[in-house]
Design a protein around this ligand. Sequence first.
Ligand SMILES: Cc1cc2nc3c(=O)[nH]c(=O)nc-3n(C[C@H](O)[C@H](O)[C@H](O)COP(=O)(O)OP(=O)(O)OC[C@H]3O[C@@H](n4cnc5c(N)ncnc54)[C@H](O)[C@@H]3O)c2cc1C
Ligand code: SF4
Length: 495
Amino acid sequence: MGKVTGFMEYERLEEGYAPVAKRVKNYKEFVIGLNAEQAQQQGARCMDCGTPFCNNGCPVNNVIPDFNDLVYRGSAQDWELALQVLHSTNNFPEFTGRICPAPCEAACTLNINNDAVGIKSIEHAIIDRGWAEGWVRPQPPAQLSGKRVAVVGSGPAGLAAAQQLARAGHAVTVFEKNSRVGGLLRYGIPDFKLEKSHIDRRVAQMQAEGVVFRTGVLVGEWPADSKVTNHAQEQVSAQALLQEFDAVLLAGGAEQSRDLPIPGRDLEGVHFAMELLPQQNQANAGDKLKAPIRADGKRVVVIGGGDTGSDCVGTSNRHGAVSVTQFELMPRPPEQEDKPLTWPYWPLKLRTSSSHDEGCERTFGIATKAFLPGKGKDKNRVAALQTVRVQWSGGKMSEVEGSEELIPADLVFLAMGFVAPVGQVLQAFGVSQDPRGNARASTAEQGGYATDVPKVFAAGDMRRGQSLVVWAIREGRQAARAVDAFLMGHSQLPR
Ligand SMILES: Cc1cc2nc3c(=O)[nH]c(=O)nc-3n(C[C@H](O)[C@H](O)[C@H](O)COP(=O)(O)OP(=O)(O)OC[C@H]3O[C@@H](n4cnc5c(N)ncnc54)[C@H](O)[C@@H]3O)c2cc1C
Ligand code: SF4
């Protein structure tokens, strides 16, 4: 274990942030990771619990006490071994080390009566050092299987599956409708949380391992009126994939945004978050955009109190919005969680993101009834929101009488989550959908990500619904094992 008395000697140390005034001037990452000495001290806080709850709290079951101990020991050899431990359960710790909400830390035993071990910051330090030292290298397979696998979608689920399958010796082709690889890592999550060079570096590694990426290729058909960013130049039918490949893994995400169909929804200036965020990431990548959405000098209201909403807040502030307000339907959560009640599970508590710290008024318990237009030349543009306060009792919501208000706004972003996969890809393959519209496929425990169509598998947000990067990585890894077992009759891939 780390240092026997480490948890009593050392306090938890948070990663640093560049000052707000500096970081809002650009879209670069601003988290200042732990240096080797700091990470070593933080690793020393781990108690190597007999039952490491963190390991179960982590959706990919990272072997956390082992890498904490190796970082505490501190030699270069130990760090390289820590990287191997990390990679044994997680293909892309540079993504999770940056943007995972860290359910592992909620589950850490120290979190019961102290501050949790800074697991995510240690993970971040290990993988960044790994890349800097040249320890992350391609691992091409020793032997090829002669089997061909198509992966539809290049988000974290598709990427994790493709890497695992290529390492097992299969010829893997990833089909992606967008012009660049990465799914929501590329076009949803802002650069200031995850710079895209991290994805490019992994793609190069995977290409060296034999994975072929075909971008700008839409699998199946697309509704003509789709609002989803779609750069596809080429279309490939489900039949063609089924003929050409021995197995197909559908990892197309859950891209259908939840709408707010109230009066005024069609006014100019009311957008889905996923209209704003991909545009900004494209602009950062040097793409020339026609009339991109801009918040400069505008009063912005973001509807939806989650991470996507917070990303709209950070992006609007970087544009130079005059004010940013975020609405949340639910009541304000408590500042502190009720630890005895919730540990080791993810607790309900007020979460303030780095984007909130950059300037944002947060309003809880508020519902929007209508978007109201301006006058004269602005008669087609949003000018205000008609709102009402809401209260919750016994899980039921009711309006507070007399609490109606008009909130001025020039730009509104809808960030209320995602309801289901879009497009006809599931129908094109004949895959059944569950009542929420997700691909119906079993989990590893239930038999292995197989859909009801022979040789077609599904994983990630497309199967489980809107979730997290770490869950997508888990599903991609487990689905790869299921596909490998289907193709070869057995699999040596880890779960
Ligand atoms: C704005 C935003 C911020 C987020 N922030 C975080 C965060 O901080 N931390 C976190 O853990 N999670 C975050 N998430 C959630 C996380 O990004 C997703 O859960 C995760 O990316 C899902 O991975 P996936 O591989 O299943 O799907 P996706 O990442 O959605 O990738 C699916 C890919 O499939 C492609 N595709 C779909 N249909 C087709 C088709 N027919 N043909 C070809 N290609 C197709 C899509 O273009 C896309 O590239 C965020 C989500 C959003 C929207
Ligand atoms: S992937 Fe997420 S949950 Fe797992 S160890 Fe890293 S930060 Fe914790």
